[in-house]
Design a protein around this ligand. Structure first.
Ligand code: SF4
Length: 740
């Protein structure tokens, strides 16, 4: 008997046994014949790409036989499948070099999540009620194609696609689809985006790109707010470099200083943690530059254009003498002078800015100041310093302005967006309530979503075309940062789809062929054909052509010539201007710092139970939200650990249990982002509170980005502990505030 016949026979006997055992047909479990030849007990390793942030870490997916509940031809049943069982970091990928962060490890739970959307759904109740009925793919696609035809016939560019910013071919396809349809480029939104730093790098260095840090060869690092070991930019790559800097060179341990208003996971690893007044980080950077110039360690012209952009730089930054800087920042003058000397004497050194310092209204100034400091020290493009990764083809940038799009919808009787497609974005949760995104979406006549899960945004859709999981699809990434060589990643599906889902890129291509007026020229037949084409211009290596290498290893990498810097627009030199904070300081005495949590980032991974039960690295809290408040402020307000507190801004209030923390600058309260979902699977819904909701709609004026660190709040004790704070360790870890 051959193997396939044996499996069929076992399937039949399995069904018969079930019937006999249960005695009722409704308990009968259908067993399908496996799609593939599966060798029991033998693991295969397949390439993949982590989809959970823009870092684009490479995966090795362990695939083995397993019994799984699947949908085949519209029918649900059990089948022996080749199933992904474990994710590891791809050792050959120069971004993550074999590592993965906890989110990457937990990503496997997306595929097997019990609340995945398994069929196309059509709204069957009031919008937002969550009432949907299953429809066939044919019905769903015919309906959406008909809507698109109606829009094209009206000749109005009122189609929009809302995504998070992505660096992959999927984004290129979305942009191409819109362009051929005659619609505006994709609308993109990300709460913790890095547009301010990209803009600063364009101004200072002619590169609108996130930087890469050569930490492996650094001797001295100053971080300005960047949680670069936890959540910011390319944390796995940066953690590998940091590990090598600290202990990879016998006898040469690099020193690390972190400056920030709230101690992050990265700050907890520092030799020296320095609390700073929010909105003054760039002043401190220029205080260091003042000492470096005036003690003649480096001449001001060493900073080149990046220095010339700062008012007074050529004259030695007279306004940034340590005593003056100490007044503004809260960091002692003697300490500023010592940091400055260390920064130049211990070279190669590098300064890293990211996160909260970029998110008040004056965030661009801070980034330009840190860029000038790096340039002054000779750290740009030098070993141990800051680089810009050569790019193996960058996808077209989207357009921001979600707040303006929402305002346009709310103010217009004839909505400027008639049909909205939403892909990998949940702005109803991640945008401030003041933007009224939910109310604006309710005015869009027709919304289709490619969501895998019902969340606060997809629940508003009229039609849901559920995407495959990333393990069931072709995936790709063109990382912007994290390696000194160019990287182009692509991987075929690691396993067959479990449910009646379809890959979003293939759905978009299918739709393009269904339109009454076909695109000219047409889009590629399949997404993998488009991917293959995108690798054609990359050089061959000894292992073969780039496309073959990518499919085998999950990524091609190599040296590519660095594009020339872009022309820098002429600008007047910048000077420090105090940040504008929403809320009067007398009424709202605290700065409010929401921050991306290690487990959930902006809340997009809160549906994964492994991440819910992951203890926060500083507080050990899990399955909950909390408010961090400084010891002195807590004593002043009679707040004790675990007490319920109410945080109130001009926009509203949230309640959460308090954690009394020594790791905060004076008059700062902080909350992790990620919990507080109303609709996001059984694991995240109705758990904790969402600090984004009370953010004021402040903006960084140059980029229009949300100034998410620009809100003031007041804090009040709201009651005794209610048991909502769950600590893994039972009590808060003692964090020693060093050298205050
Ligand atoms: S940093 Fe973490 S979440 Fe981001 S791609 Fe890498 S493994 Fe995934």
């Amino acid at each position: 008997m051959d193997r396939r016949a044996f499996i069929k026979l076992s399937a039949l006997t399995g069904s018969a046994a079930t019937l006999a055992g249960c005695g009722s047909p409704e308990n009968h479990v259908i067993r399908f014949v496996p799609d593939d030849e599966i060798v029991p007990g033998i693991a295969q390793w397949k390439p993949g790409i982590c989809p959970l942030c823009q870092a684009g870490c490479g995966l090795q997916v362990r695939v083995m036989d397993a019994d799984a509940e699947v949908v085949r031809n519209g029918q649900r049943g059990m089948m022996k499948v080749a199933a992904a069982k474990k994710l590891e970091g791809a050792a050959s990928n120069p971004i993550n070099r074999g590592g993965l962060c906890p989110r990457g490890q937990a990503a496997i739970q997306i595929t097997y999540h019990p609340d995945r959307i398994t069929h196309p759904l059509k709204r069957s109740g009031p919008r937002g009620s969550g009432a949907f009925r299953e429809v066939s793919w044919e019905e769903a696609l015919a309906e959406l194609a008909g809507r698109l035809d109606a829009l094209a016939g009206a000749g109005a560019p009122t189609l929009a696609i809302l995504t998070r910013p992505r660096r992959n071919l999927r984004q290129t396809l979305v942009a191409t689809f819109l362009e051929r349809f005659g619609a505006p480029s994709p609308l993109t939104y990300e709460l913790f985006g890095d547009d301010v730093l990209r803009r600063a790098n364009a101004i200072s260095f002619g590169r609108e790109q996130m930087p890469t840090f050569d930490l492996t060869r650094s001797n001295y690092v100053i971080g300005f707010g960047a949680d670069f070991l936890g959540t910011w930019n390319s944390p796995v790559s940066q953690s590998a470099g940091y590990g090598a800097m600290r202990s990879g060179r016998p006898g040469a341990r690099g020193r690390f200083v972190q400056v920030e208003a709230r101690m992050s996971q990265t700050g907890a690893s520092a030799d020296e943690w320095i609390p700073v007044r929010p909105g003054t980080e760039g002043v401190l950077a220029l205080g260091l530059a003042h000492v470096i110039i005036n003690e003649q360690h480096r001449p001001p012209e060493a900073a080149g254009t990046a220095g010339a952009l700062i008012e007074g730089f050529a004259g030695g930054l007279a306004d940034y003498a340590p005593d003056e800087v100490a007044q503004r920042t809260g960091v002692a003058a003697a300490r500023i002078a010592r940091l400055a000397r260390d920064f130049v004497e211990r070279r190669p050194s590098v300064a890293i800015i990211g996160g909260a310092p970029l998110a008040p209204t004056n965030g661009l100034f801070h980034a330009l100041a840190v860029n000038a400091l790096n340039a002054l020290a000779g750290s740009v493009g030098q070993p141990g310093g800051l680089f810009f990764m050569p790019q193996a083809g960058a996808p077209p940038a989207g357009r921001g302005g979600l707040d303006q799009a929402a305002a346009g919808l709310l103010s217009s009787a004839d909505p400027p967006i008639q049909l909205l497609l939403i892909d990998e974005a949940n702005p109803v949760f991640t945008a401030p309530a003041a933007w009224k995104v939910r109310e604006a979406l309710e005015k869009v006549p027709y919304i289709a979503s490619f969501a895998c899960f019902l969340d606060e945004t997809s629940v508003l859709a009229d039609l849901i075309l559920p995407d495959h999981s990333f393990l069931e699809s072709w995936v790709d990434a063109r990382p912007e940062s994290g390696a000194l060589v160019a990287v182009a990643a692509a991987a075929p599906p690691a396993m067959r789809p479990l449910h009646s889902t379809r890959a979003m890129p293939d759905v978009l291509l299918d739709l393009s062929r269904r339109l009454q007026t076909p695109f000219d020229p047409p889009l590629p037949e399949t997404f993998d054909a488009m991917l293959s084409e995108s690798f054609a211009s990359l050089p061959e290596s000894e292992a073969g052509d780039a496309w073959t290498v990518a499919q085998t290893d999950g990524a091609w990498s190599g040296d590519l010539p660095q594009a020339d810097p872009a022309a820098r627009p002429a600008r007047e030199p910048v000077r420090f201007v105090e940040a504008q904070f929403d809320g009067d300081a007398a009424q709202y005495p605290f700065h409010f710092l929401p921050y991306p949590s290690q487990a959930f980032l902006d809340g997009s991974t809160a549906h994964l139970p492994w991440l819910q039960e992951l203890p926060d690295p500083l507080t050990s809290a899990m399955w909950s939200t909390w408010v961090e408040i400084g010891s002195e402020a807590a004593a002043r307000l009679s707040i004790r650990e675990g007490d319920m507190v109410e945080i109130t801004s001009s926009q509203g209030s949230v309640r959460a249990p308090a954690i009394v923390s020594p790791g905060l600058a004076p008059d700062v309260v902080a909350m992790p982002v990620g919990q507080g979902h109303e609709t996001f699977t059984r694991y995240a819904s109705g758990r904790g509170s969402n600090p984004i909701a009370i953010l004021a709609p402040m903006r960084e004026p140059d980029t229009g980005a949300l100034a998410w660190a620009g809100t003031r709040v007041r804090v009040a004790r709201a009651g005794a502990p209610e048991g909502r704070l769950i600590l893994f360790a039972g009590q808060m870890r003692d964090i020693e505030a060093r050298e205050r």
